[in-house]
Design a protein around this ligand. Structure first.
Ligand SMILES: [Cu+2]
Length: 116
């Protein structure tokens, strides 16, 4: 099939974009479930996770009661408020360092997020 000059230009632009993004770290999303008053990643209980600068953590409540995830860490202070089972809230970590994550309703819940 004959390609028009316009189609050729589009193809060149696509390759240039692909080469540019290959060297950059892609920001991702990490899902952290709250289950049995613990933090769960991919089915495993975690007390510490490591992510990349720019990544977003999605806190997802999988318990039949409310959680209120927050952090008082200087690097990233946030308060997601109370949210029920099935709902999730996100936090994007845009600086390298360490953030302590807690739950305002359950003082025993604790997780460290290392951002590198
Ligand atoms: Cu909680």
């Amino acid at each position: 099939m004959h390609k028009s000059p316009q189609q050729k230009r589009l193809r060149t632009a696509f390759i240039a974009t692909a080469l540019f993004t290959a060297g950059a770290v892609q920001a991702g999303e990490v899902i952290v479930d709250q289950h049995n008053k613990t933090f769960i990643v991919e089915g495993n209980k975690v007390e510490a996770i490591t992510i990349n600068v720019g990544d977003t953590v999605r806190f997802r409540n999988d318990d039949p009661f409310f959680h209120n995830i927050f952090s008082l860490s200087d690097l990233k202070t946030f308060d997601l408020g109370s949210f029920p089972k099935g709902q999730s809230k996100t936090v994007t970590f845009d600086k390298a360092g360490m953030v302590e994550v807690e739950c305002a309703i359950h003082p025993e819940m604790f997780m460290e997020v290392t951002i590198k």
